[in-house]
Design a protein around this ligand. Structure first.
Ligand SMILES: Cc1cc2nc3c(=O)[nH]c(=O)nc-3n(C[C@H](O)[C@H](O)[C@H](O)COP(=O)(O)OP(=O)(O)OC[C@H]3O[C@@H](n4cnc5c(N)ncnc54)[C@H](O)[C@@H]3O)c2cc1C
Length: 594
């Protein structure tokens, strides 16, 4: 039995019927018709199900190995990465002028989702690589683009983002790595980075590190940071692999999950680097890339929950325990039912499914907005997309990674004690999904970004555009009396936003995580209402898929969306009082001051 089957019907529904990708003209004038989308999805599913998914459990079990300064990936990973490259998948959404297939980003999102469902760890290699390529395309001069871009875009080499240091995690202003100018215009990079995903491996010959560092004359803080391209092997003329740059892997982390993605400590010992973008302008350059990778993290949450849902669903159909409720329920050995017929199990599965499909809708919509912001001919449309993305990015990142973890835990619950046993996949999904909440900017930081910065952006126009989406959806779907919970969540979001905009920074920071959750519920509720409309428009076709979609929509709106009441209540209570948090400085076990 397959461990993962791509949800092709739902993906095609979203791309073709709901987001109407075939009616849109994308970057470079592409038009992806429904037939093309269908065949790309089917080919992608075949590749991912047959060649990536079978590696997930062994990748987790075997993990990456570190020996003599070199990292090896688990068995099968090198071959699968070679196949990914040979089949041209990394080029799917690359612009035609760079040798790509120029397909819409939303279709790329579907492919990335399949990969992350099949193996989150495997998906991190091409995902980060595309992030680095996009940065070089945006900020590299002609020479840097010529040297690095084609190989990164095709995954002939991979990329890493090297920001974190032992003393600089969420607070990158503390980065100490030095970049000393050399006479030939390059820089000598000196310092230690930790937690670098894909920092070393055996999938490709070369690795291109994007390193955050400061020049000797740089001002303190994040305004003194610059970005440098530091290849593992320096390029040389022709196709020959160049001279080894002194970037040394000093170890890999032993982690809770994602064992097949090496998390490396790297030492740069006067490694040669090349400035990317303006000196001291790193944070501005990184901003656009981090937005995309954060949407990618949200997608990982959704992708891992899809895989966990599939495992839980097939288990619930097979496992027989208990009897139907009611006075005529049989006794003894006979009359047991599959656990899927128990209302609580059914409800759990429906909740996971409603989060997965709602999350998928949010991520694919974000992809459409990214294309619109980058390429639309009308300045007004570009601006509106940018504003919506400003709010949606931290929401997608944190709400969907939290939901992804919770869904994996719910799926584990469906398997009962068997869900705790290694080999049933769900315990791996729980461990893998946990990472999304911690990296790419911990979720707490996303809440702060939203509540302290994003909702004030553009004199509040970004927030206004986001709230207007929900209001417009309610107006358009006004025949649906069961949308009451969505109207209620919109009211709560308005009231809490007003309160937050007037509150003191300390109070805002205290409720920021709950504010993000509240807007997450609102965004997903709006996405579900919109999908419900699309499903209803196709209901006449009498398809079971559309009827099912409407049922899941109603379930989310009526059973899940009221979960927004709790964060809203905490926000309103939190804004009114100043908390004495019961963890004031005290004494450690050794007696020193904490
Ligand atoms: C498996 C893995 C892969 C990674 N891959 C990469 C990579 O490829 N490249 C890279 O550069 N980094 C990578 N990271 C690092 C990751 O991005 C950081 O771990 C993350 O940014 C958080 O930093 P930290 O761990 O130092 O936590 P800290 O910054 O110490 O934060 C600890 C806690 O305090 C909270 N906190 C911190 N500051 C504030 C504040 N001002 N206000 C409120 N709360 C705050 C945080 O939300 C968090 O909950 C990876 C990490 C892991 C675990």
């Amino acid at each position: 039995m397959k461990s993962y089957a791509a949800p092709l019907e739902d993906m095609a529904f979203l791309l073709c019927e709901h987001l109407r990708i075939p009616d849109r003209t994308g970057p470079g004038g592409y038009v992806a018709d429904a037939e093309t989308i269908g065949s790309v999805l089917a080919e992608a599913a075949r590749f991912v199900e047959e060649e990536i998914a079978p590696l997930n459990a062994t990748g987790d079990r075997e993990g990456c190995r570190f020996h003599d300064g070199e990292v090896t990936t688990p068995p099968g990973f090198r071959q699968a990465f070679g196949r990914l490259r040979a089949l041209g998948w990394p080029l799917l959404t690359v612009p035609a002028k760079l040798g790509g297939q120029a397909m819409p980003r939303a279709l790329g999102m579907a492919f990335n989702e399949m990969i992350a469902s099949a193996s989150m760890a495997f998906g991190m290699f091409p995902g980060l690589t595309r992030g680095v390529a996009d940065m070089i395309a945006a900020y590299g001069d002609e020479e840097l683009q010529r040297q690095y871009l084609p190989k990164l875009l095709s995954c002939e080499c991979t990329g890493t983002i090297c920001m974190t240091e032992a003393q600089a995690g969420s607070d990158l202003s503390l980065v100490r790595t030095l970049a000393v100018p050399a006479q030939d215009g390059s820089y000598l990079i000196r310092g230690d980075k930790i937690f670098i995903s894909g920092g070393d491996h055996d999938l490709t010959d070369n690795i291109v590190h994007l390193v955050l560092a400061r020049t000797p004359d740089a001002p303190a803080g994040s305004k003194g940071l610059s970005l440098f391209i530091v290849p593992k092997f320096l390029p040389q003329a022709g196709d020959e692999i160049g001279v080894r740059n002194p970037v040394h892997t000093t170890g890999i982390e032993t982690k809770m999950g994602n064992h097949a993605s090496p998390t490396c400590a790297l030492r740069f010992e006067d490694a040669r680097g090349f400035l990317l973008g303006p000196v001291h302008g790193a944070m501005g350059c990184l901003f656009a890339m981090l937005n995309k990778t954060r949407i990618g993290s949200g997608l990982q949450g959704c992708a891992v929950s899809e895989a966990a849902y599939q495992t839980a669903l097939s288990y619930a159909r097979e496992r027989r325990q208990g009897r139907p409720l009611g006075p005529n329920s049989p006794n003894g050995d006979s009359g047991t039912v599959a656990i899927i017929s128990h209302p609580d199990v059914k409800r759990t599965l429906a909740e996971i499914r409603s989060f997965v499909e709602g999350g998928r809708a949010l991520c694919y919509r974000a992809a459409v907005l990214l294309d619109t912001a980058a390429h639309h001919s009308e300045a007004g449309d570009r601006k509106r997309a940018e504003r919506l993305l400003a709010i949606m990015t931290p929401v997608i990142k944190a709400f969907l990674t939290e939901a992804g973890f919770n869904c994996a835990v719910m799926a584990q619950q469906v398997l009962g004690g068997h869900g705790y046993i290694v080999g049933n996949m769900v315990e791996q999904y729980v461990r893998d999904a946990r990472l999304g909440m911690l990296y790419e900017g911990a979720n707490g930081i996303q809440g702060l970004d939203l509540a302290m910065r994003k909702i004030r952006m553009d004199e509040g126009r970004a927030l206004a555009a986001f709230l207007a989406e929900a209001a417009n959806e309610l107006e358009t779907s006004n025949s649906d009396e069961w949308l009451g919970p969505l109207a209620r969540v919109l009211d709560l979001a308005r009231a809490c936003s007003d309160g937050i905009l007037k509150a003191e920074p300390d109070q805002v920071a205290m409720v920021a995580g709950d504010y993000l959750r509240l807007l997450g519920f609102l965004a997903m509720g709006t996405a579900w209402a919109a999908m419900g409309r699309t499903a209803r428009a196709h209901q006449d076709e009498g398809s079971a898929f559309h009827a099912d979609k409407l049922a899941t929509c109603r379930f989310f709106i009526c059973q899940v969306l009221p979960g927004a009441e709790a964060p809203a209540a905490r926000i309103m209570a939190g804004l009114g009082v100043s908390f004495a948090v019961p963890c004031q400085p005290g004494k450690s076990a050794e007696g020193s001051e904490l």
